[in-house]
Design a binder for this molecule. Sequence first.
Ligand SMILES: NC(=O)C1=CN([C@@H]2O[C@H](COP(=O)(O)OP(=O)(O)OC[C@H]3O[C@@H](n4cnc5c(N)ncnc54)[C@H](OP(=O)(O)O)[C@@H]3O)[C@@H](O)[C@H]2O)C=CC1
Ligand SMILES: O=C(O)C1=N[C@H](C(=O)O)C[C@H](O)C1
Length: 274
Amino acid sequence: MANQTSIPVVVNGACGKMGREVIKAVSQAADMRLVGAIDKNPTAQGEDIGEVIGCGPLEIPVMADLEATLVMAQSEGQSVMVDFTHPDTVYETTRAAIAYGVRPVVGTTGLSVEQIRELAEFADKASTGCLIIPNFSIGVVLMQQAAQQAAQYFNHVEIIELHHNQKADAPSGTAVQTAQMLAQVQSQYNPAEVKESEQLPGARGGTTAEGIHIHSVRLPGLIAHQEIIFGDPGQIYTLRHDTSDRASFMPGVLLSIRRVMPLKSLIYGLDKIL
Ligand SMILES: NC(=O)C1=CN([C@@H]2O[C@H](COP(=O)(O)OP(=O)(O)OC[C@H]3O[C@@H](n4cnc5c(N)ncnc54)[C@H](OP(=O)(O)O)[C@@H]3O)[C@@H](O)[C@H]2O)C=CC1
Ligand SMILES: O=C(O)C1=N[C@H](C(=O)O)C[C@H](O)C1
């Protein structure tokens, strides 16, 4: 018998690499209950999501209809939608969840600063909690905090992010957030020593307004990895994080589901809710 005081959770992108981990984690969490599984995968429509992902029956069918699932989630009480879909759709799905009063926990990356600002305004108006979390691993938060500390002393830094080659967006959400956190410490990095030219366009990576270079590597065999390299005459300081299993994101996802419940506005970043 389901615990009716538990948090009702809908997973959007349920059949994907992250979605299936979330389905498993939520269905094993004593204080949550899975009430919906959304995915556009045509072969999975109507099938039991537990059977689709190979963890046994969960009696929740995969649905493509976002709005119908949000209405159903709303009828279950104060509920949450976890989104791991695609950069092209996440803005609309997050907006729809807020409109239905279903709190979004957004892991999908690729939202622009402007889109996040608009979603924050919308969540404020609706008095609905929303979390946008570019990376759910505690190790990444620690690496970013160490980088902010290092940035007090180094003003030369480059970021290399390395991901599997099914990733749609570049640079990664983690790299974008890391650069934003470095920008809080210094307004300008990497002062030019020479006039640079690129014989191969893009060879120096993408450059933020604060002069931070970000390089994106995409290869099969990788999951999610990032290096932040600080340089100064005579020394290099490198911070590196490696994800070897997507299960590592799940403690952060479950924490976010719990933390979003009492919120009335949007928060960006796992570091703000730890
Ligand atoms: N914040 C974090 O810690 C992490 C964030 N991510 C981010 O999460 C996102 C998803 O990653 P990942 O799970 O690897 O991607 P996958 O492609 O493996 O999974 C996405 C799933 O969502 C489905 N989907 C896409 N668009 C829609 C839509 N409009 N409605 C319903 N379902 C949809 C896809 O279906 P189909 O295959 O048919 O397109 C697929 O099943 C990416 O942006 C990634 O960067 C990933 C890991 C950690
Ligand atoms: O696409 C991924 O896999 C990941 N995406 C997120 C990002 O863009 O930073 C988080 C993590 O790096 C895995």
